[in-house]
Structure formats: structure tokens, C-alpha cells
Design a binder for this molecule. Structure first.
Ligand SMILES: NC(=O)c1ccc[n+]([C@@H]2O[C@H](COP(=O)([O-])OP(=O)(O)OC[C@H]3O[C@@H](n4cnc5c(N)ncnc54)[C@H](OP(=O)(O)O)[C@@H]3O)[C@@H](O)[C@H]2O)c1
Length: 322
């Protein structure tokens, strides 16, 4: 299949305005690859970091950002089994989602639920995987425990609120705006908290904290961790990685637990299979439907990333690619 497709290309590292539309040549598939017509692509905080050169995975320039997409299979390599042209899929990507087409291998695919929009499907995998890895294998969250979710109105935060509630935890959601707090409540939070209210931490004793924010909120929220609690280090949307003195861990006999959802399957194939099974179960059952808080045209990718950087997104932002 020759011809070209449209994409948003990052030609050099910097702010999101750097992204530019480009026509890219279509390449032939390898035997184990599939081509997807991308209908929608999820926008993620790590895309922002990658474009700025501040993310752990640094693709060679120029590159097309985008770690998740939803679309229709248009072509399968001869070694592909289990999928066929016409199937509606969700794709987990190491990049390339901000485009009208993407090439993947079958292990990157999940089935798109029939009742979900392309935008909802594209917004699902990164946040859902992050929430699952953080709360289940890393966080060992139990029914009846109290889970405090920081950044609870954002992409990973809302997914953690919803999963925590489904796992039977009592979820307390911290978010800065009434809109974000309403979204967290709708996703299953038992209570919502405005972090601007002085002393909010003293009323909380959480067994686990899901923290995609870091920055100054880390210090403010530490008091809310119960003795013996688990602090799940997910990300640093609020600024620099916090540097907690070790005596704080000692005094609470607390655990600081790193979470790296994207590496789950690469480092440990059995853990990756458990993650895939959990995500597929949700999709088959129609669970975990994400809140799409904003839609942009493919060419408006920079504006979507600026909205994330400016803390203006509630739920997930998505690009319409066709
Ligand atoms: N470890 C992993 O496997 C993994 C996977 C995916 C993402 N991440 C990381 O998790 C973090 C959050 O990702 P996300 O998709 O949830 O992002 P998001 O949708 O933008 O949400 C992040 C939340 O952080 C809060 N925040 C506080 N200060 C901020 C600032 N200066 N700029 C932006 N947001 C700020 C905001 O909530 P309030 O307005 O309520 O404060 C915002 O809703 C990122 O650092 C990302 O790289 C990690």
C-alpha cells in the first residue's frame, strides 16, 4: 500500500508549539505488523514531557508523539492472527498516535467496546493501565481501605478514583476546581477535597495515596498518610520530583512505591499478561469508560498539550484524527 498519511511531527525539542503538520510516506508492513486508520488519539502528560525532551523514553528526532489511539484495522501482515481488516481496536503505542495512520504489532491491541466512541476508546489505555498497575500489583489496595487520590480530576487520577471505588476502597479525591471535584465524585469518590482549604490533611488517614502530582502537594498531603501506609509515586505533573527525608518513612513505617505502567509487560511478561487480561475484562464488560473532557482536531495537538500544561483539562483530552 503506497501513498502518504497526515501526522503531527516534533522536529526539535521544546514547547508544544514546536509540533507541525506533515505528510509522511506510508511504508510496507513487516509480517507481524498491522496498519490502523486512526480515528482518535489520546493526549497524555508524558507526550508533553517527550516533546520537551524531559521524558525517560527519548525517540530520535523528528518523531510523531502519541501513546494511545483508537481506529480500524486496514491491513494485516501475513503472520498476524486473531485480527482482521475492519476490526475496531484500541492501540497502545510507544509513539506515533498523533496521525491518521499507525503501525502496530498484535500485542499492542485491545478490542474497542461497541458502545464507546472513538474518543472514549482512545482515551482508555494509558490511564487505565496506570491506575491498575498502581493500585493492584504495586499498591496492593484492599476492599475497605481508604485511598487518597491526588490530581483526581486529571487523566490518571480519574481512572484511579474509578478503579479504587470498584475495588471496594473508600476513595477521597483531591482536585483543585469544582469541575474536577464533580468529575471525581461522578467517578466514584466518596468525598472530594479542595487542596486550597487549610488543614484538610489532618482529617484524613489514608492507607494508600495515588500521587501523579508531586511538587508541593507531596509535602502538604504527607500528613494524610496513615501509619504503615503506601505512597504510590506515579508522576510529577506539579513540578519537580519530591525529595522526602527518610525519617518521614521511618516515623510512619510507610512505603514509597514507584509505579511504571508502561514497563510492566516489557520487564515482566507474566505481569504484562495480567495487565492485558484486566484491561480486556473491563473492555468486554464495558467498565472503565473514561471521561473525555475535551476534543481537538489533529492539527490542534499543541493547544491540547498547552491545556494539560495549564492544568485546564478535566479527564482526558483527545485528538480527532479523521
Ligand atoms: N508512572 C506511570 O506509569 C505514569 C503513566 C502515565 C502518566 N504518568 C505521569 O502522571 C502525571 C499525571 O498524568 P495525567 O495524565 O494524570 O495528567 P493530567 O491529566 O494533566 O492530570 C494531572 C493533574 O495534576 C495536577 N497538577 C498540579 N500542578 C500541575 C501543574 N503545574 N501542571 C499540570 N498539572 C498539575 C492537576 O490537578 P489539580 O488542578 O487538581 O491540582 C492535574 O489535573 C504526569 O507526570 C505523567 O507523566 C505516569
Amino acid at each position: 500500500m503506497s501513498g502518504s498519511y497526515r501526522a503531527m511531527l516534533c522536529p526539535r525539542l521544546g514547547p508544544p508549539e514546536m509540533l507541525e503538520p506533515a505528510g509522511l510516506p506510508r511504508r510496507p508492513l513487516q509480517a507481524d505488523e498491522l496498519r490502523i486508520a486512526v480515528h482518535a488519539a489520546g493526549v497524555n502528560f508524558p507526550d508533553l514531557l517527550q516533546v520537551a525532551g524531559r521524558y525517560q523514553h527519548k525517540p530520535a528526532l523528528p518523531f510523531v508523539p502519541g501513546m494511545e489511539a483508537a481506529g480500524t484495522i486496514t491491513e494485516c501482515g501475513p503472520a498476524v492472527t486473531g485480527w482482521q481488516p475492519g476490526d475496531a481496536v484500541i492501540a497502545r503505542l510507544r509513539g506515533g498516535g498523533y496521525a491518521t495512520e499507525a503501525i502496530v504489532t498484535a500485542d499492542a491491541l485491545l478490542p474497542k467496546p461497541a458502545g464507546w466512541s472513538w474518543q472514549e476508546a482512545a482515551a482508555f489505555p494509558v490511564a487505565a493501565a496506570t491506575a491498575w498497575v498502581a493500585l493492584v500489583p504495586r499498591g496492593r489496595l484492599q476492599a475497605g481501605e481508604t485511598l487518597l487520590v491526588l490530581g483526581a480530576g486529571g487523566g490518571t487520577g480519574l481512572a484511579a478514583v474509578a478503579l479504587g471505588a470498584r475495588l471496594g476502597a473508600r476513595v477521597l479525591a483531591v482536585a483543585s476546581s469544582p469541575e474536577k471535584r464533580a468529575a471525581a465524585q461522578a467517578a466514584g469518590a466518596a468525598e472530594t477535597i479542595d487542596p486550597a482549604l487549610p488543614g484538610w490533611q489532618t482529617a484524613v488517614q489514608a492507607h494508600a495515596v495515588f500521587d501523579p502530582v508531586g511538587g508541593t502537594l507531596f509535602d502538604a498531603a504527607w500528613k494524610a498518610l496513615a501509619p504503615g501506609g503506601r505512597w504510590l509515586v506515579v508522576g510529577f505533573a506539579g513540578g519537580e520530583p519530591p525529595r522526602p527525608p527518610a525519617n518521614r518513612l521511618l516515623l510512619k513505617e510507610a512505603e514509597l512505591i514507584g509505579v511504571r505502567a508502561g514497563e510492566q509487560g516489557r520487564r515482566n511478561p507474566a505481569a504484562g499478561r495480567r495487565l492485558d487480561a484486566a484491561l480486556t475484562d473491563w473492555l468486554v464488560g464495558g467498565e472503565g469508560r473514561p471521561l473525555v473532557g475535551g476534543e481537538y482536531r489533529l492539527e490542534e495537538a499543541a493547544a491540547a498539550l498547552q491545556a494539560l500544561a495549564g492544568r485546564r483539562a478535566t479527564g482526558k483530552l483527545v485528538l480527532r484524527c479523521r
